[in-house]
Structure formats: structure tokens, C-alpha cells
Design a protein around this ligand. Structure first.
Ligand code: FAD
Ligand code: UDP
Length: 370
């Protein structure tokens, strides 16, 4: 008999399992995939740590979370500075003085601000209600048309008018020549890849791979007193309020034998609507690699249907209302803890998942403090 059955060997499940074991609890962690680490899984291929589920850059402003994750690994000094390729022309991201200069020839921050204000005024937007309006009021119509509209609409498979404004607020807008994609104080890539972090968290804990909770539900539910569930919350309740929608991705990875440097940067975004992929990742540049070969991954957004990998929750009005109903049921459960990107239906970054897992741990083991 286990104290906890943990469904999902991703970051949420693994932090919970590690903390539970530290407190003397016995856990069984299962995952339907054939490997641990969920979406942060990296695989070492010919000396290069390949991010198998898309580029993962760790960043946080929270020292506690930074110290927490540093128990399990050492980070390098990588700073994410993606470049946007719009019809063969390159622009720095996030939106900053380098972008504004390239686009408009402006030299000072005041000139850039005037240009954006001019375009915002002309658009007539005063209280942005969706992603399109939010983007135009932050950076104006030129940047919206070239660097946001096409990328966003292919990424999400719907009009930017039908998407929530918060998605674009993830990206900084700066009036300095600073290409750092994040504002957070701490940032980096684990020197030995992400899988090692999860390996260390799960050391000494029973793990069963290739095991789908729903195909083994009766057997599994009988094995433990409590469940930590990090899969899709709508599936847990047999879609009784209807399915939640997700966006999926397809990854196409290639080892290139005839070049050691394909694009000169870890991440290049293709922001036009016509190119079918959103970005190309060149993995060696996350770790300043100097191998003779290189490995690239093209990331294609894809429609999601049952059975596909659900990468992104689509937090529009309809899905938000549906999720609320599942959440109400979840809150009544005494012996099931729901956590992570899929069970909470949230666009969480890694540091937020660690934070949420530590809150769940406190609530479980120290209820009087939480
Ligand atoms: P997951 O990693 O999805 O783990 C859930 C696990 O549960 C999976 O392994 C799954 O197989 C398993 N599971 C699900 N259902 C079942 C079932 N029925 N039975 C058994 N097992 C099941 N965050 C950042 O901080 N920085 C980034 O740069 C960044 N880039 C990203 C890029 C992409 C393309 C994506 C998709 C995400 C990115 N993230 C990034 C977010 C990051 O991946 C997540 O925050 C984190 O991995 C979520 O961890 P999790 O444990 O909640 O979920
Ligand atoms: N985005 C964009 N152009 C870009 C990069 C991002 O329009 O070149 C928008 C797009 O809507 C995307 C959102 O900003 O979904 C958030 O981008 P981020 O890089 O944070 O996405 P993630 O890495 O989570 O997929």
C-alpha cells in the first residue's frame, strides 16, 4: 500500500513525490509516456541536450524557487534572446529599442514611444479586450502586423481577437537596448539537461512508465490512500461537463552533419502566417556547445483532438467557464490533489509549477500554516 499514487512524472508530480518521500511517505509515480520528466524531458544526443518538447528556459524572480531547483542541478548563464524572422528580415525580441530601430529607424526611446502612441491613437483602442487590442496598444500596428499577428494566429489556430490579452503580456516591452526575453532576476539552462533534475527528485521512489491511469484505474486506485493527479482534469471526470480545448504541437528534429552552426541563435521565431512552423530551436546554443554537428527542431502548432498531446490550455471564455465546473468538483475531493499545467488548466511556466507544488505540499503536510 502506498501513501500517494502520483499520476504524471512531470515537474509537479516529481516535486510532490520528492517532498512526500522526505516526510517518510511512500509514493508510486506513474506516467503514460516511456520516460520521466514530462514536457521538460531532455535527451542527450551526440553530446547535445535536446529539448524534446520545445525550448525550455528556466527563469524566476523568486529566490526560494531558484534555490530550490539549484539543489538538483547547476545552471549555466544562458539568457534567452530570440530573433524574429519576418519574410527574411530579422528583428530582435522581445520588443525593445533594437526592434524599434530596425523597424522605424528611430534612435531614442522618446521617438519610439511617439511612434507607438501615434499608431495606438490611430487604432482608436482605449480599453484592450483581447490579444489583438492588447498588442496594438502596447507596441502599435506595425509590430502587431509583422511580429505578432501571424505567429499568434498560427500558434493558437484562431484569430487574435478571440484570445485573452494576458498571453501577449508575457512578453516584455522595453525602451532600452536589452534583448533579454525575460525580466526575471534568475535565468539559465541546467548544465546536464532537465531530465537529471527529475531523476534526482525521483531517486528511491517507485516509478512505473508506459502506464496510463485511465487504462488501469481500478488497479491503481486500490494501491494508495491518496492520489496526486497531474493529467487532464476533464478526462479525470470523464468529460462530464464537455471537453476542455487544448493546442497541440508537432516537433521535427534533425541532426545536421554538414554544419556546426545553422542559425547562430538558440531560438528563431518565424512570425509570418505562411511558414507552417512557429520557431526553430538550435539546441547546442542553449549550452554554448562547440560540437562539429548541430541539432535543430522545428515546432509546428497543431489542432488538438482526443489522444493528441495537450500542450497549451486555451484560456478563452468558454473553456474558462467549463474549467470552473471541473474545479468545483475537484475542490470537494478529500483524497485527490490536482496539480500542474493540465489538472489546473493553466499556462504555467516551470517556476510557477514548482511554486504550486510546494504550496500543495504545505497544504498537505502542514495544513495549519497554509
Ligand atoms: P507535464 O510536464 O505535462 O507532466 C504531466 C505528466 O503527466 C506527463 O508526463 C504526462 O505524460 C503524464 N500524464 C498525463 N496524463 C496521464 C495519464 N492519464 N496517465 C499517466 N500519466 C499521465 N516553462 C518555462 O518555465 N520556460 C519555458 O521556456 C517553457 N517553454 C515551454 C515550451 C513549450 C513548447 C511548452 C509546451 C511548455 C513550456 N514551458 C516552459 C512550460 C513547462 O513545460 C511546464 O510548466 C511544465 O513542464 C509543466 O509540468 P507539469 O508537471 O504540470 O506537466
Ligand atoms: N508571440 C508573438 N510573436 C513572437 C513570440 C510570441 O506574437 O515572436 C506571442 C504569441 O501569441 C505567443 C505569446 O506571445 O503565444 C507568448 O509567447 P511565449 O514565447 O511566451 O510563448 P511560449 O514559449 O509559452 O509558447
Amino acid at each position: 500500500m502506498y501513501d500517494y499514487l502520483i499520476v504524471g512524472a512531470g515537474l509537479f508530480g516529481s516535486v510532490f513525490a520528492y517532498e512526500a518521500k522526505k516526510r517518510g511517505k511512500k509514493c508510486l509515480v506513474i506516467d503514460k509516456r516511456n520516460h520521466i520528466a514530462g514536457n521538460i524531458y531532455t535527451e542527450n544526443i551526440e553530446g547535445i541536450n535536446v529539448h524534446q518538447y520545445g525550448a525550455h528556459i528556466f527563469h524566476t524572480n523568486n529566490k526560494k524557487i531558484w534555490d530550490y531547483v539549484n539543489q538538483f542541478t547547476e545552471f549555466n548563464r544562458y539568457t534567452n534572446s530570440p530573433v524574429a524572422n519576418y519574410k527574411g528580415k530579422l528583428y530582435n525580441l522581445p520588443f525593445n529599442m533594437n526592434t524599434f530601430h530596425k523597424l522605424w529607424g528611430v534612435v531614442t526611446p522618446d521617438e519610439a514611444k511617439r511612434k507607438i502612441e501615434e499608431q495606438r491613437k490611430a487604432s482608436g483602442i482605449r480599453h484592450p479586450k483581447n490579444l489583438e487590442e492588447q498588442a496594438i496598444s502596447l507596441v502599435g500596428t506595425d509590430i502587431y502586423e509583422k511580429l505578432i499577428k501571424g505567429y499568434t494566429e498560427k500558434q493558437w489556430g484562431r484569430s487574435a481577437k478571440d484570445l485573452p490579452a494576458f498571453i501577449i503580456k508575457r512578453l516584455p516591452v522595453r525602451f532600452t537596448f536589452d534583448n533579454n526575453y525575460f525580466n526575471d532576476r534568475y535565468q539559465g539552462i541546467p548544465i546536464n539537461g532537465y531530465t537529471e533534475i527529475i531523476d534526482k527528485m525521483l531517486a528511491g521512489i517507485d516509478v512505473e512508465l508506459n502506464c496510463d491511469f485511465f487504462q488501469n484505474r481500478d488497479r491503481l486506485e486500490g494501491l494508495a490512500k491518496k492520489i496526486v493527479f497531474t493529467g487532464m482534469i476533464d478526462q479525470y471526470y470523464y468529460y462530464k461537463f464537455g471537453p476542455l480545448e487544448y493546442r497541440s504541437l508537432k516537433f521535427e528534429t534533425k541532426v545536421l552533419e554538414d554544419t556546426s552552426n545553422y542559425q547562430g541563435n538558440a531560438v528563431v521565431n518565424y512570425t509570418d502566417r505562411e511558414t507552417p512552423f512557429t520557431r526553430i530551436i538550435e539546441h547546442k546554443h542553449f549550452e554554448f556547445g562547440n560540437q562539429e554537428k548541430t541539432i535543430i527542431t522545428k515546432e509546428y502548432p497543431a489542432e488538438w483532438k482526443t489522444g493528441d498531446e495537450p500542450y497549451y490550455p486555451i484560456n478563452d471564455e468558454h473553456n474558462t467557464q467549463t474549467y470552473k465546473k471541473y474545479k468545483e468538483l475537484a475542490e470537494q475531493e478529500k483524497d485527490v490533489i490536482f496539480g500542474g499545467r493540465l489538472a489546473r488548466y493553466q499556462y504555467y511556466d516551470m517556476h510557477q509549477v514548482i511554486g504550486a507544488a510546494l504550496v500543495a505540499v504545505e497544504k498537505e503536510f502542514n495544513p495549519s500554516n497554509s
